[in-house]
Structure formats: structure tokens, C-alpha cells
Design a protein around this ligand. Structure first.
Ligand code: NAD
Length: 250
């Protein structure tokens, strides 16, 4: 795949699927925008990732900010516009979980997950739409989840947010189709990242028994699907949910 001279913004991109996506898009030639929140050693991780991407000969911009804070969100897109003058690919990757069975789930846990996974994604979609409609081209790819398609005990907040991402994707695909912008979602199954590393062993074994391919996926599996949807080869695909889940949801 060739993404040379494209500009790609991946939210929440210093670890896990986001990190792998930034590296993959850079490897295919895209200039990349790395997003991180200024906690702990995040800036150092972002600087290290910038160097790794630059080794592919692409230009890299770091933007610090929280996607669900409207001021941060607006500022980050302004920084991208002023640096690159355009945005070709938005990957809405940033996401959180606050799992619990419903009777134990605090309203705060529900609100936090909706705030990041749904409102944060909406704010980014809105900013990107403004730029891409003017350009008459663009790719918006959002991370949903197999849990947004099938549901999962202990995740009513997360599954609501990820089903919501699918709804937003389909609606926006209808809004932006005539402007040359495609809008799709990728729904990973269980992928080996920090998000899944804390799952108890018995849950891991139960989950694996429901996956036809028999194992958890790798971040690279998801990143390659995102790169495909971002490429010119996917020009006639919009409003779709691509499951990268070893066959779990079918
Ligand atoms: P992760 O927890 O490893 O990384 C998430 C990243 O998002 C982190 O860098 C975090 O700092 C960032 N982030 C969180 N809230 C943010 C905010 N408000 N503003 C900016 N950045 C923020 O997660 P992951 O496993 O790599 O998952 C990435 C995406 O894929 C998420 O949307 C997740 O829901 C989805 N997903 C993951 C899996 C899986 O098995 N790991 C499965 C299905 C879907």
C-alpha cells in the first residue's frame, strides 16, 4: 500500500493499537500526527515514537491533548492545519474501559467511557469533516469493538460507546459520501494490549474458545486493516464495519 504524502492523525497513539497504527501508516509513507496526554512519561514515549516513524523518512508532528476536552480538541486540529495545511486520514483510536456488572457500575464509570469513546470521537469527526469537506477527500476510520457488535457481560458502558461509534460511522458516511470522504469502522476482537492484559486467565480461556481462529490478535492485525481502509485501494468502501476478530462475530 502506498500512503506517500498523505497526512494521518491517530488519536491516543503512544501505545497499543494506536502506536502500531502510527508506525504502520508511516511505513506505508504517510506523514503522521501522534497524540498523547501530558501525564507521567507520555511525552518521552511520544518523542521516542516520533524518532521511530522518522526512520521511515516521513514528517511527524506531536500534538498533546485530551480528545474529549473541546478546547484541546480544537487546538490539536488547528496545530495540524497550520503545520500540514491538510488532513487525509483520521484514525479515532483513543478509548478506555471501566468494566463492571451493571449493579456495581457507577454512573461516573458510564459517563467517563461515553465521554472518551463516543464524545471524543464525535469531536474529532466534526473537526476532520470540516477540513476534509473543503479538500473533497479524506478517510475517517474509527475503532469500534466486537463488544459493540455482540455485547459482553460487564461492559454495558463500553458496548454502548462502541455500538454508538458504529451508528456515528454509518450516519457520517451518508453525510460525507458526496464530498469524496469515506467513513468506516474497524471492530477488533480480543487483541493483546494493555487493555486486555488484566483479564483473568479463566476469562481469557473462555474468550479463546469463542474465537474460530483460536487465539487473540496482535496490534499489527488491526493496524493493517486500518491502513487498507486509509488507502486509495479502499476508495469504494464506506459506512462499513470491518471485524478483525479471528471470526468471533459473524
Ligand atoms: P490502550 O489502552 O493500550 O491505548 C489507548 C490509548 O488511548 C492510550 O494511549 C491512552 O492514553 C489514549 N487515551 C485514552 N483516553 C484518551 C483521551 N481522552 N484523549 C487522548 N488519548 C486518550 O488501548 P488499545 O487496546 O490499544 O485500544 C485502542 C482502541 O481499540 C480503543 O478504542 C479500544 O477500545 C479499541 N479496541 C481494543 C481492543 C483490544 O482488545 N485491545 C478490542 C477492541 C477494540
Amino acid at each position: 500500500m502506498n500512503l506517500k504524502n498523505k497526512v494521518a492523525f491517530v488519536t491516543g497513539s503512544i501505545r497499543g493499537i494506536g502506536r502500531e497504527t502510527v508506525l504502520t501508516l508511516a511505513r506505508y509513507g504517510a506523514n503522521v500526527v501522534i497524540n498523547f496526554r501530558d501525564h507521567n512519561n507520555n511525552r518521552d514515549l511520544a518523542e521516542a515514537l516520533k524518532k521511530e516513524c522518522e526512520a521511515f523518512g516521513v514528517e511527524v508532528l506531536l500534538v498533546e491533548g485530551d480528545i474529549c476536552h473541546e478546547d484541546d480538541n480544537t487546538r490539536m486540529f488547528k496545530e495540524i492545519k497550520s503545520h500540514f495545511k491538510r488532513l487525509d486520514i483520521l484514525v479515532n483510536n483513543a478509548g478506555i474501559t471501566r468494566d463492571n456488572l451493571i449493579l456495581r457500575m457507577k454512573t461516573e464509570d458510564f459517563n467517563d467511557v461515553i465521554d472518551v469513546n463516543l464524545k471524543g470521537t464525535f469531536l474529532c469527526m466534526k473537526q476532520a469533516s470540516r477540513l476534509m469537506m473543503k479538500q473533497k477527500s479524506g478517510r475517517i476510520i474509527s475503532l469500534s469493538s466486537v463488544v459493540g457488535v455482540m455485547g459482553n457481560a460487564g461492559q454495558v458502558n463500553y458496548s454502548a460507546s462502541k455500538a454508538g461509534v458504529i451508528g456515528m460511522t454509518k450516519s457520517l458516511a451518508r453525510e460525507l459520501g458526496s464530498r469524496g470522504v469515506t467513513v468506516n469502522a474497524v471492530a477488533p476482537g480480543f487483541i493483546e494490549t494493555a487493555m486486555t492484559s488484566s483479564l483473568p486467565e479463566e476469562i481469557v480461556e473462555t474468550m479463546k474458545s469463542q474465537i474460530p481462529l483460536g487465539s487473540f490478535g496482535q496490534c499489527q492485525d488491526v493496524a493493517e486493516a486500518i491502513a487498507f481502509l486509509a488507502s486509495d485501494e479502499a476508495r469504494y468502501i464506506t459506512g462499513q464495519v470491518l471485524c478483525v476478530d479471528g471470526g468471533m462475530a459473524m
